[in-house]
Structure formats: C-alpha cells, structure tokens
Ligand binder design. Structure first.
Ligand code: 2AM
Ligand code: CA
Ligand code: CA
Ligand code: CA
Length: 258
C-alpha cells in the first residue's frame, strides 16, 4: 500500500473509530447487557455487538469486495486469506470494560493476500491511536513512533495473560522470574501498545486472530517480532500462544521453551 492510499484509509477508519468510542462512552453510566460466551470470564455486551455491527457496515460500504473477520461473527465466515481481508475486534478487553471502565481497545486491520498492510489500534480511555502501514511507519496519534530499544528479557517488564499463567504456571513463572517483573493487563490490545512503546519487552498470551492481527502489523513495522511460543509465524486464521517481543526478548523466551 502506498502512502496516499494509507492516508485515505486512515482518514476514514479514524472517523469510524471515533464513532465507536462515542458509542462506548454513551453506555458508560447505564447498566450493560452482559452475556456469557464460553464461560464466566468470557463475556460479551451489547456494546461489543453494536460496535462490530457499525464497523462492518462501514467496511462493507467502503470496501465492498473485502472479506471481514470480526470477533462477534457479524462479518463473514472466513476460511482463507486470499484477497482483501479486514480483521476486527470491536472491543478488546471486555472484562476490563465491564469491571474497570478502563484498559480496553478497538482494533482493526487490513490484510491483502495474507499480508498485513494497515492497522489501527485505539486505546479508548488513554485516547491513544496507534496507526500505521507496512513499509510506511507507525504513528501514536499524530507523532511518528521510533522503534523501541531491543532489550533482553532480563532488562524489561514481561506482560503475561491470566489464562496462560493459570494453565502453564511453571513456564510463565520462569519467564516472569527472568524478567524485571510480570504484568497482567487484561487486554491484548493494550498489552501490545506497551510493547510498541517500549514500556514492556514482551507480551505472551493465547490469542485469536482479532486479538493479534492488528498489533502484529504495527509491531513488525517497529522492528519487534510476533511469533508463536516456539518461534513460528502465527496464522492470522488460527488460535495460538502468541509472543510479541523485542528480538532479544523473543530469543530469550524461545530458549526457555525446552
Ligand atoms: P476480548 O476482551 O476481546 O474477548 C484477556 O485476557 C484478553 O484476552 C482480552 O484481550 C480478550 O479479548 C482476550 N481473550 C481471548 N480469548 C479469550 C477468552 N476465551 N476469554 C476471555 N478473553 C479472551
Ligand atoms: Ca470477547
Ligand atoms: Ca480481543
Ligand atoms: Ca473483543
């Protein structure tokens, strides 16, 4: 994608995200309608669904030939990545939204023939939009971001996920112990932003496509690496343990795998 194509999409998508933010804020003081998906920690509200419905409608109008993969299933049933594919998470960190009204994000990105092209990751309460395109750069709001320092695990904070810590406690404890400290944020999107900004050297979590597709484009553009825990390229259509990290921290984490 060339710079002017990115700028055209950026202007449109930024408006859609603003509208999604307004919708979230409009529900702040009302009781939410909350449903369980796979269990008591996996929740969805009417706000997740409304946001997805609106974002899908905008994409359909602006890019009618594209496929759409959205968490709440209001897009398409996507089985291959050929052609244009939008991947979106209309509200990432639903539990944080419900319990904290803080630390949640909106994420969307465009893939073409399986290759990430452009991405928008919005930290709603921090009012920080991380946006950029492959080969063009990443901006935090209107400021061009520099690649974060390539620190090893021993010199940074490690962001982990609650489910991984519960299910793979020894391995996660070892990674945490090798770092300067563990953090659990509860939103994949917000955790990605910490690594993009150089505040944390890695984030490790079980992630679905909409949880990492957007952050992956931004991270790689800033010289970070996004792999599975054994160093492979994660498929944007499957569920895996994903590591986003500095190059050095990723090597340290893979070495602890055995
Ligand atoms: P979500 O809020 O969009 O569902 C919480 O640890 C983080 O992991 C959030 O970013 C959450 O995204 C994501 N996640 C992925 N799979 C999940 C699941 N089965 N239950 C809860 N959160 C999940
Ligand atoms: Ca969810
Ligand atoms: Ca998510
Ligand atoms: Ca979500």
């Amino acid at each position: 994608m060339d710079q002017s194509t990115f700028q055209q999409w950026d202007a449109q998508v930024t408006q859609w995200i603003d509208e999604a933010r307004e919708n979230i804020l409009a529900h702040f003081d009302e009781p939410l309608s909350i449903e369980e998906k796979s269990g008591r920690r996996d929740l969805v509200t009417q706000v997740d669904k409304e946001n997805e419905q609106r974002l899908v409608a905008h994409i359909r109008q602006a890019d009618p030939d594209a496929q759409i993969l959205g968490e709440e299933g209001l897009g398409d049933h996507v089985t291959e990545t050929d052609g244009r594919l939008w991947i979106l998470d209309p509200l990432d960190g639903t539990m944080n939204f419900i319990k904290q009204r803080d630390d949640f994000a909106i994420m969307m990105s465009l893939y073409i023939d399986g290759i990430g092209q452009a991405a928008w990751l919005y930290d709603v309460m921090g009012d920080r939009l991380f946006h950029g395109a492959k080969g063009i750069g990443v901006w935090l709001n209107d400021r061009l971001m520099a690649p974060p320092a390539n620190l090893p695990l021993s010199e940074g904070l490690a962001s982990l996920s609650g489910p991984l810590v519960r299910h793979d406690v020894d391995h996660m404890q070892a990674i945490g112990a090798a770092s300067l400290g563990m953090r659990i944020i509860g939103s994949a999107g917000i955790a990605f932003t910490k690594v993009l900004r150089g505040q944390q050297v890695c984030y490790i979590s079980y992630l679905r496509p909409w949880d990492f597709a957007t952050g992956k484009i931004l991270a790689e553009e800033l010289g970070l690496v996004v792999t599975t825990v054994d160093g492979q390229t994660p498929s944007v259509l499957s569920y895996s343990v994903v590591v986003v990290a500095t190059k050095q921290a990723q090597q340290d984490i893979i070495a602890m795998q055995a």
